[in-house]
Design a protein around this ligand. Structure first.
Ligand SMILES: [Zn+2]
Length: 193
């Protein structure tokens, strides 16, 4: 299981680094503040590697390279030992219901808030369609699929396979888990009342 996670990460690292220029890489190394999610992970120094490994303080699962997005979704959805309030905090954080999280998207692509709500809604519909019909995520990268989407709405750029199968799928899982938690909470209150 650990092997899988490590090899997945390696693929993602390669893809990312092909797209980055050196300047961005340098800025990252020098200026970027550590994400708060690292409070819940032990940092592992790896020789000859600028990236840090991570070990979850709750369940001891380890990653060769600690990436905040993976670590957040681990706490929200997969960690068997995390405490409840931290789980809920991170479920909210990765959930796509929380539009304010997409501030980054606004700044990067000059998109207004109204469009972000539309994009979020389209992404949610897309992930539900793929998951509920068992369609392989690689289809989103097909030029035929891209053409079809463009013919419906020129402005909408469907997510890449990696985003669909990680960030968006995790966000949808978080939405569902939060809904279940809410309903459990309500039915508990009813029983007590
Ligand atoms: Zn854990």
């Amino acid at each position: 299981m650990d092997d899988d996670i490590i090899s997945n990460n390696t693929n993602i690292i390669l893809e990312e680094e092909e797209n980055d220029d050196t300047i961005i890489n340098l800025t990252r190394k020098i200026g970027k503040k550590k994400d708060k999610v690292w409070d819940y992970f032990n940092v592992v120094d790896i020789s000859n590697n600028p990236h840090k490994g991570a070990i979850c303080k709750f369940c001891r699962q380890s990653w060769k390279r600690g990436k905040p997005n993976d670590m957040k979704s681990h706490l929200a959805l997969r960690c068997p030992n995390v405490n409840y309030s931290i789980k809920i905090e991170y479920l909210h954080m990765i959930s796509s219901e929380d539009i304010s999280d997409n501030e980054q998207l606004t700044q990067q692509q000059n998109i207004n808030r109204h469009d972000i709500i539309d994009i979020t809604r389209a992404n949610k519909a897309l992930v539900r369609f793929f998951v509920c019909r068992g369609i392989p995520f690689s289809i989103v990268d097909s030029p035929f699929f891209q053409d079809f989407v463009k013919s419906l709405c020129f402005e909408y750029n469907p997510p890449k396979r990696t985003t669909l199968s990680t960030t968006l799928l995790n966000a949808e899982a978080a939405n569902i888990t939060l809904k279940i938690e809410e309903e459990l909470h309500q039915s508990k209150n009813l029983t007590l009342g």
